[in-house]
Ligand binder design. Structure first.
Ligand code: NAI
Length: 242
């Protein structure tokens, strides 16, 4: 059975991905501080007959990433599929953006995914098989007011993933980016009803996305049947960017 590591999997999109993949893969549930919530995800997977483990890590910290991978490799030997889902926002318009808000978002959303991907890919190269999936955002393609740091970090993931796809394609390792639009999670819970209606107005499919909409594509990209898809950016946004 293949092992999947999903970062930021105690809630939101990451949780949905972990639960979806829990039926077919061993799932490592990455979490930062909410151990209870991560344990619940692990229990849910186990109830369905799957195998799962919660592992604490801060992707922004190289040592923490190394410790997490050491533990995963001791338990399951290697990671076959890495879903780089964890991410943060610290929004402000550019003139008011603090250095810390810029640096934190870049360090977590971009550099953190460099750390996890570098660590996972070494064993994937040895095994001549692997899947890297980055959860970026449509704002990494289009930009967004008040999100220069976040959009830059998410755009950076596209360059990172495309480069990886070229480096390791010959070893049966694919690397792809999913770019979600508006998805109903804690990250978007600040959007009020009126703004939600305005957003839905812009969409071809007249609803906000669900974490399951993203999990379904992740699941497809993990399969053998998707081995010829690499270096791509796949928007899942109800038609927002068409
Ligand atoms: P969320 O805020 O519910 O989940 C983010 C997860 O990342 C949390 O579990 C958190 O603990 C984890 N995380 C944050 N910093 C971390 C760190 N330093 N180390 C390890 N884990 C860390 O948000 P949501 O909506 O589930 O987002 C998941 C991903 O999808 C994020 O990368 C986000 O940018 C992206 N996304 C979300 C959209 C939405 O509309 N909700 C739209 C486009 C992209």
């Amino acid at each position: 059975m293949k092992t999947v590591f999903v970062t930021g999997a105690s809630r939101g999109i990451g949780k949905s991905i972990a639960l979806k993949l829990g039926k077919d893969y061993r799932v490592v549930v990455g979490f930062t501080s909410s151990k209870d919530m991560a344990d619940e995800v692990v229990e849910e997977i186990k109830k369905l007959g799957g195998e799962s483990l919660a592992v604490q890590l801060n992707i922004a910290d190289r040592n923490s990433v190394d410790e997490a991978f050491n533990l995963i490799e001791e338990t399951y030997n290697h990671v076959d599929i890495l879903v780089n889902n964890a991410g943060i926002t610290k929004d402000n318009i550019l003139p008011r953006m603090k250095d810390d808000d810029w640096n934190d978002v870049i360090q977590t959303n971009l550099t953190g995914n460099f750390y996890t991907s570098q660590r996972a890919i070494k064993k994937m190269i040895k095994n001549k098989w692997g899947r890297l999936i980055f959860i970026s955002s449509v704002v990494g393609i289009s930009g967004n007011k008040g999100q220069a740091n976040y959009a830059a970090s998410k755009a950076g993931l596209i360059g990172l993933s495309k480069s990886i796809s070229k480096e390791v394609g010959s070893r049966n390792i694919t690397s792809n980016v999913i770019a979600p639009g508006y998805i109903e999670t804690d990250m978007t819970s600040f959007i009020d009803v009126e703004n939600k209606e305005n957003i839905i107005e812009q969409l071809s499919i007249k609803r906000i996305g669900t974490p399951e909409d993203i999990a379904n594509m992740v699941s497809f990209l993990c399969e053998e049947e998707s081995e010829y898809i690499t270096g791509q950016v796949i928007p899942i946004d109800g038609g927002l960017t068409t």
